[in-house]
Design a protein around this ligand. Structure first.
Ligand code: ZN
Length: 496
């Protein structure tokens, strides 16, 4: 096999952090040993009895139970969300890391945050009937864990329970209609710079708007496409997309990041899910879209498993009633993902960078997401730019991003970043997981300090795109990209 031998360094936190040694195998080679599952461990986990743990449970478990039904041979538990616990497992070495990866694949747990390396926690939301099992497994595997909240509150006290918007707060969590007003207002006031293009309609009929910001709308600049909010509960993501929009427009006179680069921003890809997550504390952690699945009374598809590149190949569920990672009945079954796809394809000749904003974990990850077995051709430049962006955020006083390939530890197919890169041929493609603490409840009061720091990262993105794809390529039709470059597949794909 082509990867490093066992005597070479294993993953270390330093390698995942900035400036560390590159831990990756060369393009197209197989994964090194440490990336392979350890079958003995899997066996160990599976051999632990599940049923013995079912009834030996959390105190008060019965109070948490709404109903138990039988689905084939399986018992299906419905329990009060307020009884779920957030368990944080922190791998201290390679063996632990394997264990947490395996644990995260067991059914009935909801992964809040993946672990991408040693000392990087796996956060799982655990229903009452599984809690004892998780803790037993953690004990038997000698994993370091904490039960972060015994009864995880869906809405912590520090976050306002109810937001009424008669306007728009650029450092706030705004309603769909507040967001619409804001972007329409910008387009009206700065019509030379901003255009709003309807890019589709959500399942429930909300308009999905694409905001285009360009100093030369008739020009031929390379473009950056940023989307946010495919996962409903990740409120900080649309907040960032809107802050980005705000800064680009208000700073347009001086902003280098707008000279020779166009920006396409879709600030809220899943407005149905977003509004649902805002509708009550019990719905705060909704992740998926709100489409209804056939005859079943189950709602929603994980939009970031619904893209048509290696769809369903890994890390997804085919059960529409499965809470979080249902990939949908077919690729692009959701009007929201189809809208993003259409934007990518419509402007594919010019889009050179795609960034999908998510939360949380403070990661900047790049393809492939569907596999950790190998990396795409040209992954080094994806990695290099991720580190540049992270450095820019750090210089502004922010926290570094962990830069890594998305599927390295947890393969999950059908993501938008893989589609942009692998199917559309956008040369730079990332998923950016904003913020590290507070899980999905990043406090509104802290937005004013973090969003401007992230903005510095977007400046670094723009500088690279301009440098690499700027006027020299588009100015007089002279194509200088390509010589020795490995990502010139933009030239061969179909433009829709
Ligand atoms: Zn997400």
């Amino acid at each position: 096999m082509g990867g490093p031998s066992k005597s070479e360094p294993m993953t270390r936190p330093a390698e995942l952090a900035l400036g560390g040694e590159k831990p990756y195998p060369a393009s197209g080679t197989t994964a090194p040993n440490y990336m392979k599952p350890r079958n003995e461990l899997w066996g160990q986990i599976k051999n632990l009895s599940w049923t013995n743990n079912l009834l030996r449970n959390t105190k008060g478990w019965r109070d948490c139970l709404i109903e138990i039904t039988l689905d084939g041979a399986n018992l299906v538990y419905r329990e009060k969300k307020s009884c779920f616990a957030l368990v944080v497992l922190t791998p201290k070495n390679e063996k632990d890391l394997d264990a947490v990866v395996k644990l995260s694949q067991l059914e009935d747990f909801e992964v809040f945050k993946r672990s991408y390396g040693v000392n990087d926690s796996l956060d799982v939301l655990v229903p009452p009937h599984r809690r004892q099992l998780v803790l037993d497994l953690a004990d038997s595997l000698q994993l370091n864990y904490t039960v972060k909240a015994e009864n995880y509150k869906l809405i912590p006290d520090r976050q306002p329970r109810r937001r009424v918007f008669n306007g728009f707060n650029v450092f706030g969590y705004n309603s769909y209609s507040g967001i619409q007003d804001f972007i329409q207002g910008l387009a009206k006031k700065h019509s030379h710079l901003v255009t709003v293009e309807p890019a589709g309609t959500s399942y429930q009929g909300r308009v999905l708007n694409l905001v285009k910001i360009s100093k030369s709308p008739q020009g031929n600049n390379p473009a950056i496409f940023v989307d946010a909010g495919i996962h409903a509960r990740e409120w900080v993501a649309p907040a960032m997309a809107l802050y980005l929009t705000h800064r680009l427009v208000l700073g347009a006179d001086k902003a280098e990041e707008l000279n020779g680069v166009d920006w396409y921003i879709m600030p809220l890809v899943n407005p149905d899910g977003y509004e649902f997550s805002r509708s009550s504390p019990a719905n705060r952690l909704w992740r998926k879209t709100r489409s209804r699945s056939g005859l079943l009374n189950c709602y929603g598809v994980d939009g970031n498993r619904n893209y048509g590149f290696k769809w369903g190949a890994s890390g997804t569920s085919s059960d529409p009633c499965n809470a979080e990672t249902y990939a949908g009945p077919r690729p692009f079954s959701e009007p929201e993902t189809a809208a993003v796809k259409n934007v990518m394809e419509k402007y594919s000749r010019r889009i050179k960078l795609y960034v999908s904003l998510h939360a949380y974990g403070q990661y900047l990850v790049y393809p492939w997401g569907y596999t950790g077995e190998f990396l795409p051709q040209g992954w080094e430049r994806l990695d290099r730019l991720a580190r540049k962006v992270s450095s820019a955020v750090v210089r502004a006083g922010g926290e570094p991003f962990k830069a890594t390939s998305a599927g390295r530890w947890y393969a999950a197919a059908g993501g938008s970043d893989d589609y942009a890169f692998g199917a559309v041929g956008i040369p730079y493609s990332y998923t950016m997981e904003l913020t590290r603490n507070y899980e999905f409840n990043f406090p509104e009061r802290l937005l004013a300090s973090v969003l401007p720091r992230y903005y510095e990262g977007f400046k670094a993105f723009a500088a690279q795109i301009k440098k690499e794809f700027g006027a020299k390529r588009y100015g007089k039709g002279v194509d200088v990209l390509g010589a020795g470059d490995d990502n010139n597949f933009n030239d061969t794909k179909q433009v829709i």
